[in-house]
Write a protein that binds this ligand. Structure first.
Ligand code: WT7
Length: 646
């Protein structure tokens, strides 16, 4: 357990005045203060506003059942019918998806075209034996086939589990084993910065690693760049689609509490953490926040730079925006991938109204300079949003001024894989903005900052961020009895509280996020389990102990790994290669540490626990705090010099 000095408070963040949203935006905003008053007047029943954005097969009578922790428990609906079918009368020829591929290709799918493909693929999946409740694993880059597959699963009540394409075959197999999934839809590969990366060995790794028989559908992404042969239980996506062209599949009516999808994230244990999102509550939450926070309207063109493999892609590329019937621009590749003009070119070309991206990408754009966005007409933009990590006030201002020309509100949206959708953010036409601070909890949500005993701390004092009220997008795991309580060191004081794992500070009702304070690290908006990485490292022959923290290198965030070899004469370069290879094999290349520092010992407290905080300070280049509690204070100097010389 960490003490109060865990929380680094930067007073600059707390001192800022609120910036009023631009009047032109306020006048057209999707929600007004009056509408939001319902949350204070009606309590939990006001979430009906979110439920009302959806089309129900069987309307719910109860908004939230406190006993079971269920949202809209007696309602029935189908997510795909909400994202596609109900838009066909009014906008069948409007573009649902516009895809910009890595090789410069563009493809568009109107709502009608997308709906036809989803129907055909749903029929194909059924033909392969997929039934409601089965878990179908999807493993692809950002290509239109991925949303098609997600929506096809949802149509027949199957539960999709998207595994980010950068994960290794091993990681894919672990996740499929955990979810008992016997269906895999995988692309033959993907392009990463122009280079073809094959994924066809994935199916073999999965087969070798799993007890269950796996049926695989292969999507062709690499074309003639990559030949592969189909095995006994393998099917070609294209052929399956052709065989079922023109078929329609009735959307399966699901209970609001039925699973819509699973997603794995990094938790505090060595294992991937499974998060299960529901059909009704999740969809209502993502539709509502897409409407109220991202201000999405049907006629908009909306661009979110996340990968579909992470929760942001699920909630704010597929489900929320399509539920509202907007045009979604999909970009294959990272937001801050060269050419340096690419993103701005896309904004101009498609007259993008709303841009939702990450602070990391913004910092890269800043470093590249304003001359790149300045070449383009960005005046179509109406709202800018960020997600994934705290945004520093400097980057916030750059976004607001350089990209938005002070005409677009910026929403700094705090949420997590577990929360399904936004929980802390300003409402763009209602609240003033404070650069660096996410804002107040959403109307209908209560958040608090507590100390290690679970007692609320005073404003401007750092502590642990807890959510005190249930929200519609909460995962099944929180409705169930365990509520992940075992993973939290801090005891929540109230009857119902979800400990987020983040540190935070409140000032004048606005919440500033200070970053993860559990065994999870967030590096450039990506989440890693320190235990997961450490246990892989310890598994490498020649490594006795390991500790992983996040750090800064020339202002770039990175994963810092500290390793203690089991002999004094260790071959460090060889160990480094083995550590990297093992992490690549078990997780994927993206999880490779940016720095591996070898030290004769790791700093330990008198009770023998590794003092990670000290390593974090070293990795951040911070002044070191009190080291007197260490059992082996003499190692500090050695680690510092090893870090510098590495
Ligand atoms: C962690 C969740 C939310 C989808 C993408 C990441 C950090 C997220 C913010 C923000 C400060 C943020 C937190 C959180 N985080 N948004 N606006 N300001 N920190 O989802 O991978 O589940 O990570 O990302 O540390 O706990 P995730």
């Amino acid at each position: 357990m960490v003490g109060g000095d865990e929380f680094e408070l930067e007073t600059e963040k707390l001192a800022t005045e609120r910036i009023a949203p631009p009047q032109s935006f306020v006048e057209q905003a999707n929600v007004t203060p009056t509408q939001l008053e319902r949350f204070s007047e009606e309590g939990v029943d006001a979430w009906e506003m979110a439920g009302d954005l959806l089309t129900w097969d069987q309307p719910y009578r109860t908004v939230f059942d406190e006993d079971d922790g269920d949202w809209f428990p007696d309602g029935r609906l189908n997510a795909t019918a909400n994202c596609l079918d109900r838009h066909l009368d009014s906008r069948k020829n409007q573009r649902a998806l516009v895809w910009e591929g890595q090789l410069g290709e563009t493809r568009t799918e109107t709502y009608l075209e997308l709906s036809r493909k989803v129907n055909a693929f749903a029929a194909g999946l059924r033909d392969l034996g997929v039934e409601a409740g089965d878990v179908v694993t999807l493993h692809m880059p950002v290509i239109p086939e991925l949303p098609v597959a997600m929506l096809a699963c949802a149509r027949i009540g199957a539960v999709h589990a998207v595994v980010y394409a950068g994960f290794s075959g091993e990681a894919l197999a672990t996740r499929m084993a955990e979810s008992d999934s016997s269906y895999l839809v995988v692309s033959d590969g993907y392009y990463r910065r122009g280079d073809a990366v094959s994924l066809t060995n994935r199916a073999e790794t999965v087969r070798a690693g799993l007890d269950q028989k796996v049926t695989t559908v292969v999507v062709d992404r690499l074309g003639e760049h990559h030949e592969y042969s189909l095995g006994d239980n393998d099917y070609q996506y294209r052929r399956l689609l052709d065989e079922h062209r023109g078929e329609t599949v009735e959307p399966v009516s699901r209970r609001a509490t039925d699973e819509l999808f699973l997603i794995y994230t990094s938790g505090t244990t060595g294992e991937p953490k499974r998060v299960t999102h529901t059909t009704g509550g999740y969809l209502a939450h993502t539709a509502w926040t897409s409407h109220a926070v991202l201000d999405i309207e049907p006629g908009d063109t909306y661009l979110c730079t996340a990968d579909l493999g992470w929760i942001t892609g699920h909630s704010y590329i597929v489900y929320g925006p399509l539920a509202l019937g907007t045009t979604v621009l999909l970009r294959e590749g990272e937001a801050d991938q060269p050419p340096k003009t690419k993103l701005w070119e896309l904004v101009e070309k498609h007259a993008v109204d709303i841009l939702y991206t990450s602070p990391t990408a913004i910092r890269t754009f800043m470093k590249w300079g304003a001359e790149y966005p300045d070449k383009y007409d960005l005046s179509s933009l109406r709202l800018l949003g960020t997600v994934g990590e705290p945004i520093n006030p400097e980057a916030w201002r750059w976004l607001y001024e350089q990209i938005g020309d002070e005409q677009c509100p910026v929403v700094d949206t705090w949420w997590q894989t577990e929360t399904g959708g936004h929980l802390i953010t300003t409402i763009p036409g209602v609240d003033g903005m404070k650069p660096g601070s996410a804002g107040p909890p959403l109307p209908g949500v209560e958040a608090t900052v507590v100390d290690e005993t679970g007692t609320e701390v005073e404003e401007t004092t750092g502590g642990y961020l807890a959510i005190e009220t249930p929200w519609p997008g909460m995962p099944r795991e929180l409705s169930e009895e365990t509520r992940w309580a075992e993973t939290s060191d801090v005891l929540p004081n109230s009857e119902w509280a979800y400990m987020t794992g983040d540190g935070a500070v409140v000032d004048d009702e606005y919440i500033t996020i200070l970053g993860r304070v559990d065994d999870v690290i967030n590096v450039s908006g990506r989440r890693y389990g320190t235990m997961e990485l450490e246990s892989i490292m310890i598994g490498v022959d020649g490594i006795a102990e390991a500790a992983v923290v996040s750090g800064y290198d020339d202002h770039d965030q990175g994963i810092y790994a500290f390793a203690n070899p089991d002999s004094d004469s260790a071959d460090e370069p060889a160990l480094r290669v083995r550590i990297n290879r093992e992490i690549e094999r078990e997780i994927g290349p993206f999880a490779r540490p940016d720095r591996i520092v070898f030290t004769p010992e790791l700093p330990k407290t008198s009770s023998g626990k590794i003092m990670r905080r000290l390593l974090t300070d070293i990795a951040h280049g911070n002044e070191l705090g009190d080291t007197s509690a260490l059992r082996n204070p003499e190692v500090v100097g050695e680690i510092e010099s090893a870090t510098q010389s590495d």
